[in-house]
Design a protein around this ligand. Structure first.
Ligand code: UN1
Length: 513
């Protein structure tokens, strides 16, 4: 039975052979081993995808190199028009692509649609930006001289993305890279290859309709070896990588070894501080969505709640009771709040975290566990869990990509809570729940949160694309999507022009011949 209309969605996305296990994907430049994609929703084999060999990689890179030579000559606003058409196609396919994301990755349908909405939003943002790739003009110290800076296209942008946002993160990079006149080579997660193929089919249509070379946006399905080739490849001036801190360190060192640029979006260990002045109802919604949304598999997922002792029991009871309302099950069924984890390995990590927190002295408040029986055949559905813990526990210091929330207690002033919040290796997202202006401003000040994202009276996840997205410390320091994140996709050139008949030197240096 095709209860959720997956067949129709696959057809719209140009993906063949649902549940038949036959090859799908791009027929060219994919002559490698077969990669099987299983849905965590029902455990079924969705399709088998051909991966690329190192020889295929080379062909892709040649296609991208050739495409860049012409694409960079297209005026930026015209490149914006290409991205506008891409955004329109995404609007048409939002439902189908959102469903595929939900089915292949396991996030709720609402969040699948939300992810495609982020793609549409970044396209709109990029279209406007295509007329605004501004450089500054400066006043020269020399008479009859003019100084300004301009931004030129950079070249091939490599994109390595993670399973948890299998389509949006690619689009954040691609939409900006394209208006900047770059071309893209994308390696999606091995866990979500069909999302990669669906996106490639959509953008390839736009490229074809505009008679542009396909090398403008390339897809390579493959394992970490493709990532290694990309990291070492001098033809890729910028490598944008999303994933674990472990992966990021390897990529960063290899790319730095050839003095290339990286844009890294790595792990988070995001906390919400709940002060005595917090609105409890808002806190519950923000914390629960933050902790269980995408089954705790967002980089921005709420992992720690740092609650003032004076309201600790009240907040704890409210959150525990909200967890009692959560419906766990097929994410395509909109009655459910929480879908499965990506695979059984993730389930193991989840179990390990729950064992570890107890070993370290934590107390379980909401029992976890793996669900079995009808509807849970994939073995990937787990109960969101809550444990009382201490920030010093090794497991609390670690990002577990699962719905495990740690409650931490603080006493005294907000400074103490900020110390706890900042007392981890990661620095992606953070939030404070308070109606106290002094606490809120303190949290946002230079001595406040050390994260790339700091929110007041909203949770840690669900950032809008208009702001720069990324974090500090072991999160990797990169910023993508909004604000001036586009600048990393371009090379800056400072130009000084002399329109006189003499050649005065800067700094007043005399040099007469
Ligand atoms: C991620 O988890 O890698 O802020 C990205 C959010 C989303 C993006 C998350 N807009 O939760």
């Amino acid at each position: 039975a095709d209860q959720f209309g997956m067949k129709e969605a696959f057809a719209q996305l140009g993906i063949k052979d649902i549940n038949e296990g036959t090859s799908t994907g791009l027929n060219h430049f994919a002559n490698g081993a077969i990669l099987e994609s299983y849905s965590p929703v029902d455990g079924k084999l969705i399709a088998s995808v051909k991966t690329s060999t190192p020889e295929d990689y080379e062909k892709v890179m040649q296609a991208a190199t050739a495409a860049f030579k012409t694409f960079r000559l297209m005026p930026a606003p015209q490149r914006g028009e290409i991205v506008r058409q891409f955004g329109d196609k995404l609007r048409e396919k939002k439902e189908a692509l959102g469903k595929l994301v939900s089915y292949e990755m396991g996030k709720s349908l609402q969040e699948g649609y939300g992810e495609v909405q982020e793609m549409i939003d970044i396209c709109d943002f990029a279209v406007g930006l295509s007329r605004q790739l501004y450089g500054l003009t400066m006043h020269s110290e020399r008479p009859g001289h003019r100084m300004y800076e301009q931004y030129h296209s950079l070249g091939i942008v490599g994109i390595i993305s993670a399973f948890n946002f299998p389509v949006a993160v690619w689009s954040w990079n691609t939409a900006l890279a394209l208006i900047c006149g770059d071309v893209c080579v994308w390696k999606p997660s091995e866990k979500t290859p069909l999302c990669g193929i669906a996106c490639q089919n959509i953008i390839a249509e736009v490229i074809k309709e505009n008679n542009l070379p396909e090398g403008i946006s390339c897809l390579i399905n493959g394992d970490y070896k493709i990532g290694e080739l990309m990291s070492a490849d001098k033809r890729i001036p910028l490598l944008s990588a999303t994933g674990s801190t472990r992966m990021g360190k390897i990529v960063a060192q290899t790319v730095a070894g050839r003095l290339g640029k990286t844009l890294l979006e790595l792990g988070g260990n995001n906390a919400i501080i709940v002060t005595p002045d917090a609105d409890i109802k808002m806190t519950v919604i923000g914390a629960v969505f933050g902790a269980v949304g995408t089954a705790g598999q967002r980089c921005t997922s709420t992992r720690r709640l740092i609650i003032h002792e004076s309201i600790y029991d009240k907040v704890k009871d409210a959150i525990v009771s909200a967890y009692g309302q959560l419906r766990i099950g097929n994410p395509l069924d909109e009655n459910n709040h929480v879908g499965p984890l990506i695979d059984t390995h993730a389930v193991e990590m989840y179990n390990r975290a729950l064992t570890k927190v107890v070993e370290e002295g934590g107390k379980i408040l909401v029992e976890g566990g793996v669900l079995s029986g009808e509807g849970y055949e994939s073995g990937c559905y787990v109960k969101p869990a809550i444990a009382e813990a201490d920030n010093s526990y090794e497991i609390v210091q670690h990002e577990t990509f699962a719905p495990v929330l740690y409650l931490l207690k603080y006493s005294g002033t907000v400074e103490n809570a900020i110390d706890v919040q900042n007392g981890v290796a990661q620095g992606l997202s953070s939030a404070i729940m308070t109606n106290n202006l002094r606490e809120a401003e303190h949290f946002l000040s230079v001595v406040g949160s050390d994260c790339g994202i700091a929110n007041v009276n909203i949770g840690t996840s669900g950032a809008e694309i208009g702001g720069a997205f990324g974090g500090e410390k072991e999160t990797g320091g990169g910023r993508e999507s909004g604000s001036d994140a586009w600048k990393i996709y371009m090379r800056r050139q400072t130009n000084t022009i002399n329109y006189t008949t003499s050649l005065p030197l800067a700094q007043g240096i005399k040099f007469d011949l």
